[in-house]
Design a binder for this molecule. Structure first.
Ligand code: G2I
Length: 450
């Protein structure tokens, strides 16, 4: 689909975004027994990196939808994914994540516009003037497509070297355009989407050191000269070689004192058990004690899909069980519940649960039949609720074995006669949809049960 068409259809879903925001507000008023609702009680978001390819896995989607209030596409908004050849933008995977997030009332962080890594091969050979044009066109292409839909963008990522020098990292942008490329990227970004917070994002800048000092000096300079910058992202990838620094809070605060928000953008901490839990507690407490620390994002939902899978660095294990670190984070956020607590929605076998999976059962040129199968979890259930988000153009003409309510193109379906299911048992509902020019599949969101 061309960028222009998609841009129009995104604007047409504005009503849907508003409806999703209402869902989020209602959600945060419930008992703070999830990461997102507990963080909302502290005026913060709690997010995760998401890969589009996992959204069809029901346990992945259920954990994501239940626990998190913000998402960051892990790879889908990077340059190689969105503009693989010059001037030709593809947003299919990124749109999937944004549509899913909006259907659940989640915010979206944009990651990332200008970065030396995951660059398509056509970028590096460009001469200086051409590279400048291409960089600005890339920023405008991405930010234009998602205008008004992204709460914070990582405009420039990882532009400083590791080690003691505090120098800029060599990259096509640095080497050909010089230090000024960062400023230019931020100015272009501000014009492209004035509502988005514009962030500089980096790693090994979590404590006070030569690298964070260099970023600090840049932000101070930007603020003094009116270069538009709103926030600094601290990736916070920790392990035994790179532990949570003792001056983490102090470092976040000194950046906040420059007049920018700070965000923890890619948190993960290798380890397990109580030691890992204690480290996560330090990070959450540091953010909560800095009023301009507006939210935290962990870099993935489950250990099994982490870029550091060997290090089990996340809050849910490979079977989506809550780890001790989950309980520590929830309690540091002022929430209640956690692994083993009665009524905790994330505990397997502890309370009603269900999963929802989608299949297309019939297909013709102008329409199709879809079927959603609801399967009870480890306990019997007496009712279920499933959400189905249709591509904007499509419309549903009939639905059977379920009772729908609509918000924009999000259909929330509850049982008609088939709410009661034994543990592990299934039922399904079906519907007929008109394609109206779009053959895309609907997205099935979280299934909740009682
Ligand atoms: O490296 C951890 C993060 C450091 N900060 C910037 C982040 O954008 C970065 O994320 C990681 C992703 O978590 C990985 O998933 O960035 C990596 C690339 O630099 C991502 O890995 C890549 C693999 O290297 C590719 O082989 C693969 O095709 O993911 C791609 C998509 O699955």
């Amino acid at each position: 689909m061309s960028m222009i068409v998609r841009r129009l259809s995104r604007a047409a879903t504005a009503g849907l975004v508003a409806a999703a925001a209402l869902t989020a507000a209602a959600h945060s008023a419930e008992a703070a027994d999830t990461l997102g609702s507990a963080a909302a009680g502290q005026g913060r978001y709690f997010g995760t990196a998401v890969a589009a390819s996992h959204l069809g896995e029901s346990d992945y989607a259920a954990t994501l939808d239940r626990e998190f209030s913000s998402v960051t596409p892990e790879n889908e908004m990077k340059w190689d994914a969105t503009e693989p050849s010059r001037g030709s933008f593809t947003f299919t995977s990124a749109d999937r994540i944004v549509d899913h997030a909006q259907s659940q009332g989640m915010d979206v962080r944009g990651h990332t516009l200008v970065w030396h890594s995951q660059l398509p091969s056509w970028v590096s050979p460009l001469g200086a003037q051409d590279l400048r044009t291409a960089m600005n066109a890339h920023i405008n292409g991405l930010m234009g497509h998602y205008k008004g839909e992204i709460h914070s963008w990582d405009v420039v990522n990882e532009a400083f070297q590791d080690g003691g020098s505090g120098a800029r990292r060599s990259s096509p942008f640095q080497d050909k355009l010089g230090d000024g490329f960062i400023e230019e990227a931020f100015r272009t970004a501000r014009a492209a989407d004035p509502a988005a917070k514009l962030c500089y994002n980096d790693y090994n800048t979590d404590g006070v050191n030569a690298k964070s000092n260099a970023v600090y000096d840049m932000v101070k300079d930007f603020k003094s000269r009116g270069v538009p910058i709103d926030c600094v992202g601290f990736q916070s990838h920790f392990n035994s070689n790179s532990p949570v620094p003792s001056d983490y809070r102090h470092n976040l605060q000194r950046f906040a004192d420059l007049g920018v928000d700070v965000q923890i953008t890619e948190l993960d901490i290798e380890g397990s058990g109580s030691a890992q839990a204690a480290d996560y507690t330090k990070v959450v407490e540091a953010c909560l004690s800095v009023s301009r620390c507006t939210g935290m994002t962990v870099w993935g939902v489950t250990d099994k899909y982490s870029w550091r899978s060997g290090g089990t660095p996340l809050l849910f294990d490979g079977d989506y069980n809550e780890k001790p670190a989950y309980g520590a984070v929830l309690s540091a956020l002022g929430g209640s519940g956690g692994p083993g607590d009665p009524g905790d929605p994330g505990d397997p076998g502890d309370g009603a649960s269900c999963t929802a999976t989608y299949t297309r059962t019939a297909d013709w040129s102008s329409g199709y039949n879809g079927q959603v199968t609801i399967t009870a979890g480890a306990e019997p259930i007496s009712s279920w609720t499933a959400t189905v988000t249709l591509p904007a153009q499509q419309s549903v003409s009939s639905l059977w074995n379920g009772t729908p309510t609509w918000s924009g193109n999000v259909m929330t379906v509850r049982p008609s006669w088939n709410g009661t299911l034994a543990a592990g048992a299934s039922t399904s509902f079906g519907f007929t949809a008109a394609k109206n020019g779009s053959d895309a599949a609907p997205t099935v969101g979280t299934c909740t049960a009682s």
